[in-house]
Unconditional design. Structure first.
Length: 80
């Protein structure tokens, strides 16, 4: 489902967003989100966790924290 964008000339707030979404829902202009069955969600969880572990050092590098300068693995070689 495409995200709903609120385009108004007045100041945008959570209240105006919620009112707009309510009006769209009353007119049947919103569709429900797809939620996969539980077995599929359970299969996706380990993959997402692995991805987050792989991205953690990259996130630190992007933030300016050089992990290889302060940490080594159990064999003594630099991490990263």
């Amino acid at each position: 489902m495409q995200s709903v964008m609120l385009v108004v000339s007045r100041r945008k707030t959570d209240l105006t967003d919620s009112q707009w979404l309510c009006q769209l829902l009353e007119c049947w202009l919103l569709r429900g989100s797809f939620v996969p069955p539980k077995p599929i969600r359970e299969l996706r969880e380990p993959t997402r966790y692995r991805k987050s572990l792989i991205q953690a050092p990259q996130t630190l590098d992007n933030a300016g924290v050089k992990l290889a300068c302060v940490a080594t693995d159990v064999l003594g070689s630099p991490v990263g």
